[in-house]
Design a protein around this ligand. Structure first.
Ligand code: HCR
Length: 391
C-alpha cells in the first residue's frame, strides 16, 4: 500500500482515529485527532490567505476596462487558492487540524508593501456552527473584501473527508462602485490513510460582478479530466452568455495558469506562483495583543503542541473551553448574547441578493448562524491594531 507518514509511536492512535471517523458527519471541529496531526494555528487565521499578494488584490482598482477589471479579479482569486488550500502542506508537511476558534476570537494584522497598507480583521462570529467573518481592506486603493464562512463535512467510504463550504465573499472596488460576489469551492481531503492529508478542490465556483460579468471556475484533480492534481480552468463571459467567453484560463492553482483571449486564443497574461512571493502579514507582539486575539489566547496551547506535550496542550485547551462555557452560561442566565467586536448579524444582504440570483446561489442561514456583516460603527469603537491602541 501507500507509504505511511504516521510516526511509529502514533500508528495506533492514527488507526483508531481513522476508525472513529468512518461514521462521522457534520462539524469538523468535533473530531479529536492525534497530536502529530494538530496544528497550533487557529482557523480564524485562515482569512489571511485572501490577501497574501496585496498587489494582485488591489490591481483591479486601476483598470478602466470593466471586462479586464473582472479578469484581474479572477486572476487575484485563483492566485489565492494556493495559499488557502495548499500552504499548510508546504509549511507543515501535510494538512493539519487547525485549532477550533472560540466565539469572539480575533485575528488582526496588516500587510505593508508596494500596495501600501492592507488591513485584516478576522473574527469568530459563531461557535455552533463555527463561522468566521472577515474584512480585508486597502484604503489607498479603495478595495475591500468582506465575507464569512463555515464548513460542513462528511466522510465517504474511501476514507475521504468531503467539505462543503458555506458562506461567500464580496469584493468591493470604490472607484467604480463595483461588487463581485465570490462563491467558495467544495473540497475533499485525500491521503488520510497514509497520514499525510492534503486538499483537492472540486466542482465549480463563480465570481459575479455588478458590472455584468460572470466568471465560472472549474476544479479537478488527478485522475480527472486533465489528470493533473490541482487543475483549474475558468472562463469569463458577459452575464448570461456563457457560450461567448471573453477570456479563458487554464493551469494548476498550485503553480502556473495561463490567461488567453477566447477569440484569438492568444495568451494575454499568466501567473506563476513560484515567481510571486507572498508578503508576510504583520501581527502585533503577543504582549500588545488583546485577550481576544488568537495568538495570545492560544499561546500556551501552541507551546504545548510545539513541545509535543499533550498534557499541557489538553489542560490549556480545556481551560479555554471551560471559560467559554461559563461565559455562555452567564449570558443565557442574563438573557443576553455575546457582542461581536466588528460584525453584526443582519436580516438581509442587498448586494448578495442582487448578485446571487444571477448564478443560482442562495444563503443558508441555518448553516451560517445568520448573515454576518461588517459593522462600521462597531469597528470605529473598537481599538485599532498597533499604535496607541490595541486593535
Ligand atoms: C477543512 C479544513 C478546515 C477549513 C479550511 C478552509 C475551508 C477554511 C476557510 C479558508 O478560507 C479556506 C480553507 C482551507 C483549508 O484547506 C480548509 C481545511 C483543510 C483541513 C481542515 C480540516 C478541519 C482538518 C481535518 C483534520 C484532518 C487533517 C485529520
Amino acid at each position: 500500500g501507500e507509504a505511511s507518514a504516521v510516526p511509529a509511536a502514533s500508528k495506533g492512535s492514527w488507526s483508531s482515529f481513522l476508525k472513529s471517523i468512518t461514521s462521522f458527519s457534520g462539524d469538523l471541529s468535533s473530531l479529536t485527532a492525534p497530536p502529530f496531526i494538530l496544528s497550533s494555528t487557529s482557523l480564524v487565521e485562515y482569512s489571511s490567505y485572501w490577501a497574501e499578494h496585496p498587489s494582485l488584490f488591489v490591481a483591479p482598482a486601476h483598470e478602466q476596462d470593466p471586462a479586464k477589471r473582472a479578469l484581474l479579479v479572477l486572476k487575484w482569486f485563483i492566485s489565492t487558492l494556493k495559499q488557502q488550500y495548499s500552504s499548510r502542506n508546504e509549511s507543515l508537511g501535510s494538512e493539519k487540524k487547525p485549532l477550533n476558534p472560540f466565539l469572539g476570537e480575533l485575528f488582526l494584522g496588516r500587510w505593508t508593501d508596494a500596495a501600501g497598507t492592507t488591513e485584516l480583521v478576522s473574527e469568530q462570529v459563531s461557535h455552533h456552527p463555527p463561522i468566521t467573518a472577515y474584512s480585508i481592506s486597502n484604503k489607498e486603493h479603495g478595495v475591500r473584501l468582506q465575507g464569512f464562512c463555515g464548513q460542513n463535512a462528511w466522510i465517504s467510504r474511501s476514507l475521504t473527508i468531503n467539505v462543503k463550504q458555506v458562506g461567500h465573499a464580496i469584493l468591493h472596488i470604490d472607484a467604480f462602485d463595483e461588487d463581485y460576489l465570490i462563491t467558495l469551492p467544495p473540497l475533499h481531503i485525500e491521503g488520510l490513510y497514509s497520514g499525510s492529508p492534503f486538499v483537492e478542490l472540486e466542482k465549480s465556483t463563480y465570481i459575479q460582478s455588478s458590472s455584468g460579468y460572470t466568471a465560472k471556475i472549474d476544479y479537478s484533480g488527478k485522475g480527472w479530466l486533465s489528470g493533473k492534481k490541482n487543475s483549474v480552468t475558468a472562463t469569463l463571459y458577459p452575464e448570461g452568455r456563457e457560450k461567448e467567453p471573453l477570456y479563458t484560463i487554464e493551469g494548476q492553482w498550485t503553480n502556473t495558469f495561463i490567461i488567453k483571449d477566447a477569440k484569438t486564443k492568444k495568451e494575454v497574461d499568466k501567473y506563476d506562483s513560484r515567481a510571486s512571493p507572498t508578503t508576510p502579514l504583520t501581527v502585533a507582539p503577543l504582549e500588545e495583543q488583546d485577550e481576544l486575539e488568537s495568538r495570545r489566547a492560544w499561546a500556551k496551547v501552541a507551546k504545548g503542541i510545539a513541545a509535543g506535550d499533550m498534557d499541557v496542550t489538553q489542560r490549556e485547551k480545556t481551560l479555554i473551553e471551560e471559560r467559554q462555557r461559563e461565559m455562555r452560561r452567564k449570558e443565557k442566565e442574563q438573557g443576553r448574547e455575546w457582542q461581536r467586536t466588528f460584525f453584526t448579524r443582519v436580516e438581509s444582504h442587498a448586494v448578495f441578493e442582487r448578485l446571487a440570483g444571477k448564478i443560482g446561489e442562495s444563503l443558508d442561514v441555518d448553516k451560517t448562524g445568520g448573515i454576518w456583516m461588517w459593522d462600521a460603527e462597531k469597528a470605529a469603537k473598537a481599538k485599532k491594531p498597533f499604535g496607541e491602541q490595541k486593535y
